[in-house]
Design a protein around this ligand. Structure first.
Ligand code: PMT
Length: 226
C-alpha cells in the first residue's frame, strides 16, 4: 500500500498538450499524451491528496480515480484554469506541454489554397509563461513544481538546460526530462533528474511514469515538511 503522506494537501496538476488554432479546422499542437501528468495526479490521489487535474489534449486515457478532472484546449484556457485552481492549492505541478507560441491571428473561415494569392505565411505570437506567472503569484507556503522538456545541443546537456530553467522560472522543484528521439513524449516510461531550488539533485532512473510520479511526490512531501 502507498503511504498516505499527502493527506490534507490540495494539489493541482496540468497534463497534456495545448492546441493553438489557426482556423476552424487547423491548429498548432505537440505530441504530449498526458500520460506523465495523469500518473502524477493518480499517484497524488492514491497518497491522500485532494487533486484537480487540468488536462489539455491527450491520448485516450482513463480518468484517474478520485481526481477532479477539467479539460481545456488552448494555452489561454489552461492559464485561466491553473490561475483559478492555484489560488487555494498547496502544491501546483505543471506537467502540461504548453505551446510557447500561438498563431497571431485565427482565421474566421478555413484558409483556402488559391492560385490567385500567394501561399499564406503563419506569424506566431508568444504565449504567456503560465509557470512563471504562478510563481509570481504564489501563496505563502505553496510548492510549485515545473518540468523541463529538453534536448541536449551545442550549448549544453539536457541537465545543464534544466538547471538554467529552474533558475529562470523560480519554481521550488523541477523535473528535467529528455525529449529527443525515444524521449518522454508519448512513451510509457520516463527518466531524468529532479532538481530543487536549494541545489539538491536526484537522478530518476528510467521506469514507468508512475515511478517518476512517486519520486516527485516524495520530494514534495519532504519540501512541505521543511
Ligand atoms: O504527456 P506525455 O506524453 O506523458 O509526455 C510528458 C512530457 C514530456 C510532456 C512532460 O514530462 C513534460 O516535460 N512536460 C513539460 C513540457 C514543456 O512544456 O516543457 P518546457 O520545457 O517547454 O516548459 C517548461 C515548464 O514551463 C513546464 O513546466 C511547462 O508546463 C511550463 N510552461 C511552458 C510554456 C508556457 N507558455 N507556459 C508554461 O507554464
Amino acid at each position: 500500500a502507498l503511504p498516505r503522506d499527502l493527506e490534507g494537501l490540495r494539489v493541482v496538476v496540468s497534463a497534456g498538450g495545448t492546441r493553438e488554432p489557426l482556423d476552424p479546422v487547423r491548429y498548432l499542437g505537440n505530441r504530449s499524451s498526458g500520460k506523465q501528468g495523469y500518473a502524477i495526479a493518480r499517484v497524488a490521489a492514491q497518497r491522500g491528496a485532494e487533486v484537480t487535474l487540468v488536462a489539455g489534449h491527450t491520448a485516450e486515457l482513463p480518468p484517474p480515480a478520485g481526481v477532479d478532472l477539467r479539460h481545456v484546449s488552448t494555452a489561454a484556457q489552461l492559464r485561466d484554469a491553473m490561475q483559478e485552481r492555484a489560488q487555494d492549492a498547496d502544491v501546483v505541478v505543471m506537467a502540461a506541454a504548453v505551446a510557447d507560441f500561438r498563431p497571431s491571428a485565427r482565421a474566421e473561415f478555413k484558409i483556402k489554397k488559391s492560385d490567385d494569392v500567394p501561399d499564406p505565411v503563419v506569424t506566431l505570437t508568444r504565449n504567456p509563461d503560465i509557470l512563471a506567472e504562478l510563481v509570481q503569484k504564489r501563496r505563502a507556503g505553496q510548492a510549485i513544481v515545473g518540468f523541463a522538456a529538453e534536448t541536449g545541443d551545442e550549448r549544453g546537456s539536457v541537465l545543464d538546460h534544466g538547471r538554467a530553467k529552474l533558475a529562470r522560472k523560480g519554481c521550488d522543484l523541477l523535473v528535467v526530462n529528455s525529449v529527443g528521439e525515444g524521449g518522454a513524449f508519448e512513451a510509457e516510461d520516463n527518466a531524468g533528474w529532479l532538481l530543487a531550488a536549494d541545489g539538491a539533485e536526484r537522478p530518476i532512473p528510467r521506469g514507468p511514469k508512475a515511478q517518476l510520479a512517486a519520486t516527485l511526490w516524495d520530494a514534495v512531501a519532504e519540501f512541505m515538511r521543511r
